[in-house]
Design a protein around this ligand. Structure first.
Ligand SMILES: [Zn+2]
Length: 106
């Protein structure tokens, strides 16, 4: 299953700053200049001392992302409010086994 990048993010182990790249040419260095990030949601590019990076990026299977987008379309089409949209997304994530169900019980 092909995956899509949904968050391109690292934390610098030296200075602690969390940096993310929002779009393909959004290149950033952390505060101390040890590590850099680029690529947005297209690719994960790292620069600098790669031993200083805590990887925080998130990827998702394309079918799960499509299910989340369909959930939003369904929620829009059926007039759901923000709460209803959030619940639709959560159900889509559950359907794709992407939730820790131990955290959704009593
Ligand atoms: Zn740093």
């Amino acid at each position: 299953m092909a995956k899509r990048i949904i968050q391109n993010e690292i934390q610098c182990h030296s200075c602690g700053e969390i940096i993310h790249s929002d779009h393909v040419h959004d290149f950033k260095w952390c505060d101390c200049g040890a590590v850099g990030i680029d690529g947005g949601l297209e690719y994960l590019r790292r620069s600098g001392n790669l031993h200083d990076v805590v990887e925080r990026s998130m990827l998702i299977d394309e079918d799960a992302l499509a299910a989340c987008m369909q959930a939003i379309s369904w929620a829009d089409d059926t007039g759901r409010n923000t709460h209803g949209k959030v619940l639709a997304i959560i159900r889509a994530l559950r359907q794709h086994d992407l939730l820790d169900m131990n955290k959704f019980g009593e």
